[in-house]
Design a protein around this ligand. Structure first.
Ligand code: CP
Length: 316
């Protein structure tokens, strides 16, 4: 693994090994007074964010710092991007300044893959590129942390039925999860209005439904997606009210889930739109577990890309 650009690049064994490593890092840090491992001492990791973020940026920073890397955060809004510098010049500058890994969030789908191409020299050397969310394309570390959360709550993902609900067309989380959860043996059903499904959804390893009430009693997990109004260019069909009525997870719908079923949301949540206020705080909700797992998953990914070993087990 040189880069992490898409969950479609991960086979079952590779993905499982990353989840196992994430749990090893969690165990290695549990109970320690000083949460610091020497694993990435001397390595420089840069987050390069062209879109807003709380969870992803902070958890990558924490992950790098807990592994003793030097972590530099670059926000496009306060960098020379504001003076007109191109993406190519910016990332080549950061590589020249010493980045061993560039963790990239960008509104353009495919930007991290393009950056990997720009920063790899003719000998195949260059920084590791990690996709931290590109447009409506992919968010692979989010899917890995979701898979880890599901594995912890449900045991194996084999044969588990997982509904991904809502604004699928704008969701990089949905695409990364559909592929990863399917690779790990789950059955994925997308629940959305036709207007919020992507054109190529027939090629995804999923089934599709428009009826949330009909799906809920049979699923082991329901993943609610954020409604991404900022990507809708002012149009929103169905209307926000109709969306909340047909696809919102409210208290009535929460009661339709089986006793062991869980509710995920990648955050940030629009409470009252896709998820009810009390639903988000219910014992079935895994939102803060997802955040905690995000740190350990990102440690595992940094370890795999920068140390290159198949497993963190021998080092911990
Ligand atoms: N889930 C997620 O990507 O959240 P942030 O936008 O806060 O990073």
């Amino acid at each position: 693994m040189r880069h992490l650009l898409s969950t479609q690049d991960l086979g079952r064994d590779e993905a499982t090994a990353l989840l196992d490593d994430a749990e090893r890092f969690e165990q290695a840090l549990t109970g320690r007074e000083v949460r610091k491992l020497p694993t990435l001492r001397g390595r420089t990791v840069m987050t390069v964010f062209y879109e807003n973020s709380t969870r992803t940026r902070v958890s990558f920073e924490v992950a790098g710092k807990w592994m003793s890397a030097d972590v530099i955060n670059v926000s496009a809004s306060s960098s020379s991007v504001g003076k007109g510098e191109s993406l190519r010049d910016t990332v080549k500058t950061l590589h020249a300044a010493g980045a061993d890994a560039l963790i990239v969030r960008h509104p353009a789908s495919g930007a991290p893959a393009q950056i990997a191409d720009w920063t790899t020299d003719s000998d195949g050397e260059g920084p590791a590129i990690i996709n931290a969310g590109d447009g409506t394309h992919e968010h692979p570390t989010q899917a890995l942390l979701d898979a880890l959360t599901l594995r912890q709550r449900l045991g194996s993902l084999d044969g588990r039925r997982i509904a991904i609900v809502g604004d699928v067309v704008h969701s990089r989380v949905a695409r990364s999860n559909a592929h990863l959860l399917s690779t790990l043996g789950a059955e994925v059903v997308l629940v959305a209005p036709p207007t919020l499904l992507p054109a190529g959804v027939g090629e995804w390893p999923v089934t599709v439904s428009g009826n949330l009430d009909a799906e809920l009693p049979a699923v082991d997990a329901v993943m609610m997606l954020r409604v991404q109004a900022e990507r809708m260019n002012g149009g929103f069909f169905p209307s926000p009210r109709e969306y909340a009525v047909r696809f919102g997870l409210n208290d009535r719908r929460l009661a339709m889930l089986s006793d062991d079923a869980v509710v995920l949301h990648p955050g940030p949540m629009l409470r009252g739109m896709e998820i009810g206020w009390s639903v988000a705080d219910s014992p079935k909700a895994t939102v803060l577990d997802q955040v905690r797992n995000g740190v350990h998953v990102r440690m595992a990914v940094l370890f795999r890309l920068l140390v290159g070993s198949d497993s963190a087990g021998a080092q911990l």
